[in-house]
Write a protein that binds this ligand. Structure first.
Ligand code: HAM
Length: 427
């Protein structure tokens, strides 16, 4: 029978990988907590209309990347391709805006996009995201950008570089869009086929197309920054001043337009090397119109999300693998040894140690081999002699062969003291 395989663009994370993930998630939760962000968990499945209305009908995500299907009751549902739309839905549905003037939320979880898989691009991937709802001030943008940088830095990617742009607002963007479309129409024949279509539906997206011909056209295109109204311009200047006073280096990139339609004013991305075309490890920006667009009051907001799969791909090249706590392996001989080992194993685990023992019946020699394979730091041996003496033999796997304290006999009553000495209080 043919073996069943994992779906294209999806993958298993085996224990040697989940150790990296767990460390990264712990570090991220620490940073987010220090910034005062609280965790939000929303369903993976949402009404399709939520994403159509927020991300935008003319985006790649909504046009061709959503996992959308009909639920048993006939309604159209979609596996979430991102977290911002769900966060805003929850914010409105729970009337959070009535209860607090400012909300700082974060989420960590799985997203789904039916993209063409390649290095750093999957159909099921994980993001950490943060949203600050209720503040229109540039200080909020600065806090979010600083948070994104700190998240990426805390997990070990201090090399990431920051790119910044402003997409203007509904007052100044239409004039820019008009000028851009006029320019692109003249250049039409130099554009790739999808961009010839985008030119009519979502012309700003032409600016960040990766095809060489389109890039050349984009380089000469009118720049949004030259069209910003006075308020958008002073907002951008204040964000820049804030970033500069925190020492954050950045590059202004007028071609960074992002793949979602809800942005206004500030947009930003964090980029890193080693990932080829998928160099964006995080992206975000301000989305002042989205809450109202989803049926709520006019509430300004800003946020970002980072791609954890991409970060980890890069980290595996830069960082040491995570080290777990020291392992104590309990080996025993015969039925009596096994029975004496059980309460010892239980006591040590309850005291907070990481303790392994072999559940297969095997010789002492086989168990010692196993302990070595498991990279145990200490092996406690309970043989006949030890049981009779109310003691254990403690083998220190880190001590050099022949050293005096390589193997010592220790009374059970004295074991805690010896473990403290050997492990230096590390559990
Ligand atoms: P996004 O730029 O679409 O923004 O995604 C954020 C990050 O998720 C990307 O920079 C990338 O690292 C990662 N990512 C996206 N697609 C994939 C994929 N197919 N495979 C692996 N990683 C991927 C958003 O999702 C917005 N919701 C961010 C935001 C929050 N804006 C405001 N608040």
């Amino acid at each position: 029978m043919e073996a069943i395989q994992v779906l294209k663009g999806m993958r298993d994370l085996l224990p040697e990988q989940t150790a990296w993930w767990q460390r990264m998630e712990r570090e991220l939760a620490g940073v987010l907590d220090r910034f005062g962000y609280q965790e939000l968990r929303t369903p993976l499945l949402e009404p399709t209309a939520l994403f159509k209305r927020s991300i935008g009908e003319a985006t790649d995500i909504v046009e061709k990347e959503m996992y959308t299907f009909q639920d048993l009751d006939g309604s159209s549902v979609t596996l979430r391709p991102e977290g911002t739309a769900s966060a805003v839905r929850a914010y409105l549905e729970n009337f959070t805006w009535k209860k607090e003037p400012i909300s700082r939320w974060y989420y960590l979880g799985t997203m789904f996009r039916h993209e063409k898989p390649q290095k750093g691009r999957y159909r099921m991937f994980s993001q950490v995201g943060a949203e600050l709802l209720g503040a229109a001030e540039p200080a909020a943008d600065v806090e979010l950008i600083d948070l994104a940088v700190e998240c990426v830095r805390a997990v070990g990617l201090s090399e990431a570089t920051l790119e910044l742009n402003s997409l203007g607002c509904p007052a100044c963007r239409p004039a820019y869009r008009e000028r851009l479309v006029a320019y692109l129409r003249v250049q039409r024949s130099a554009l790739c086929e999808p961009c010839q279509r985008r030119l009519e539906t979502n012309p700003l997206r032409v600016l960040d197309c990766k095809v060489e011909g389109c890039q050349k056209v984009a380089e000469e295109a009118p720049r949004i920054l030259d069209f910003l109204g006075p308020e958008c311009l002073s907002h951008l200047e204040a964000v820049r001043a804030g970033l500069e006073s925190m020492g954050h280096a950045y590059r202004l990139n007028h071609r960074m337009v992002r793949g979602l339609d809800y942005y206004s004013r500030t947009t930003f991305e964090l980029l890193t090397g080693g990932l080829g075309a998928q160099s964006a490890v995080a992206g975000g920006g301000r989305y002042d119109g989205l809450v109202a667009q989803l049926g709520g009051p006019e509430i300004p907001a800003v946020g970002f999300a980072a791609g954890l799969d991409r970060i980890l791909l890069r980290l595996a090249e830069l960082r040491e693998p995570p080290q777990g706590p020291p392992i104590i392996f309990v080996a025993s001989q015969g039925e009596a040894g096994w029975r004496a080992a059980l309460p010892l194993v239980q006591r040590l685990r309850r005291a907070g140690h990481k303790v392994l023992s072999d559940v297969r019946a095997g010789s002492l020699k086989a168990q010692l081999k196993r302990a070595d394979k498991d990279r145990a730091r200490l092996v406690l041996v309970l043989g006949e002699e030890e049981i009779q003496a109310g003691a254990v033999s403690v083998k220190d796997m880190a001590a050099p062969e022949g050293a005096q304290d390589k193997q010592v006999r220790c009374a059970l009553a004295d074991l805690d003291r010896l473990l403290g000495e050997k492990l230096g209080g590390v559990k």
